[in-house]
Design a protein around this ligand. Structure first.
Ligand code: AP5
Length: 215
């Protein structure tokens, strides 16, 4: 099962990708996480990446592709994976086609008016990457992860100003890609108009319907 999950910042793609990974036993590969890990390493590459991420623009395609290829070569990807946040433009989609075949692209559509509140209220676990929201999915303790007791933090690019720039990047770079997958007939769009659990059900129903036909 090789899938892509796409959507604007704050659409909930990371949250749903984690559920899919758990429910189907495949790894979630988030290029945002791969890039944040590169930043943690403190390398020259990490510094370059950090600067770009804080502007809300896309990190250069060659850097992301390098990190992605390295990750896809790991053994846990042999039986499939869910790509979260890759590809994000037409060039990346072409690069991806050269290395693997994707069966389904899930496009999570969200009203952009909801995004700022979702993103500025997000809290992420430093240790296990679990995602919370101060209002919509609050942790039991404001500063501690319910799952692993790690510390919760707010991402450096989760400010209102940067989110607006990220939305613009999404509109200019990623929307054309969505149209392309639609033409290829592998795109399924779900509207993010329910709670996190309601969205999980919608995604589950879509996956069952899609993969019962294919197996
Ligand atoms: P990335 O980390 O991928 O961020 P993003 O695309 O901006 O998406 P987010 O992680 O902000 O949102 P999400 O849709 O995953 O939402 P989540 O589930 O967390 O990328 C960051 C940066 O890295 C990019 O700007 C770029 O610079 C770079 N980058 C990454 N990939 C790249 C690539 N391929 N090429 C080049 N550069 C790349 O949910 C958000 C919040 O809402 C959470 O708090 C959650 O609890 C809550 N929530 C979720 N669903 C719901 C719901 N249904 N109702 C209420 N609240 C909800």
């Amino acid at each position: 099962m090789k899938l892509i999950i796409l959507g604007a910042p704050g659409s909930g793609k990371g949250t749903q990708a984690k559920f899919i990974a758990k429910d189907y036993g495949i790894p979630q590969i988030s290029t945002g996480d791969l890039l944040r890990n590169a930043i943690k390493d403190g390398s020259e590459l990490g510094l370059k990446v950090k600067k770009v991420m804080n502007t809300g623009k896309l990190v250069p395609d060659d850097i992301v592709l390098l990190l992605l290829k390295e990750r896809l070569n790991q053994r846990d990807c042999e039986n499939g994976f869910i790509l979260d946040g890759y590809p994000r433009n037409l060039t990346q989609a072409e690069d991806l086609e050269k290395i693997t075949n994707i069966l389904l692209v899930i496009n999570i559509e969200v009203d952009h008016g909801l995004v700022i509140e979702r993103i500025t209220g997000r809290r992420t676990c430093k240790k296990c990457g679990a995602i919370f929201h101060v209002k919509y999915n609050p942790p039991k303790d404001d500063e501690t992860c319910d799952k692993c007791n790690g510390s919760l933090y707010q991402r450096g690019d989760d400010t209102e100003e940067t989110v607006k720039k990220r939305l613009l990047t999404y509109k200019n770079e990623t929307i054309p890609l969505i149209k392309q997958y639609e033409r290829q007939g592998i795109l399924k769009t779900l509207k993010s108009d329910g709670t996190i659990d309601e969205m999980r059900l919608k995604v589950g129903t879509l996956l069952k319907a899609t993969f019962s036909h294919k197996s």
